[in-house]
Write a protein that binds this ligand. Sequence first.
Ligand SMILES: N[C@@H](CCC(=O)N[C@@H](CS)C(=O)NCC(=O)O)C(=O)O
Length: 192
Amino acid sequence: MPAQLKLYGHKESGHSYKVKLALTIGQIPHEYEAVDIFLPRNQRPEPFKSLSAFGEVPVLVLNGVAHAQSNAILILLAEHTKTLGGESAATLAKAREWLFWEANRVGFSLAHLRFARQFAPQVVDWLQARFDADIARLAQEFLDGRPFILGDRVAIADFALCAYAFFAEQARVQLPIEVQDWLLRIRALKDW
Ligand SMILES: N[C@@H](CCC(=O)N[C@@H](CS)C(=O)NCC(=O)O)C(=O)O
């Protein structure tokens, strides 16, 4: 029996975007429900409130079991489908490394810089400096000419790393050309 999948997300959430992108580009059939994250947590509707272990989007319900944390969900999807980096233990290990790097670096610096500038203006110099270092590190990956993070094929590591880069304008940052080109390749994927 095919897996039953439902994603709870929000369009302003890059963390949700990672998972939606993996499901869509990976051609993984799923339902989607938007959750109003601008509502106080205790006013969000059920069943999201009960399903969400941390009160955040995304939440993915797989065969009745709720999963949280975008990168953990990406690993679950890759393992479950054996695609998008889940093809072998070696690709999964590489993807996992990138997901952890993303969570601590780009997913921290760029996501928070964008949040501060878009929704809560305040002192952001520290985040800007951290972002500059992170985006330079990411751009360096593409200097050998490979199209995606793990090689020739798109994988969960690309989805995790690209999500907030699509909001770069809102964070008021400039992306290096290598990163811009990589985003264009992602945009060119069928069903992007
Ligand atoms: N570490 C979490 C972060 C998720 C997160 O920060 N979600 C935000 C939207 S991007 C959210 O739900 N914010 C509303 C809230 O925290 O109440 C993940 O990777 O999924």
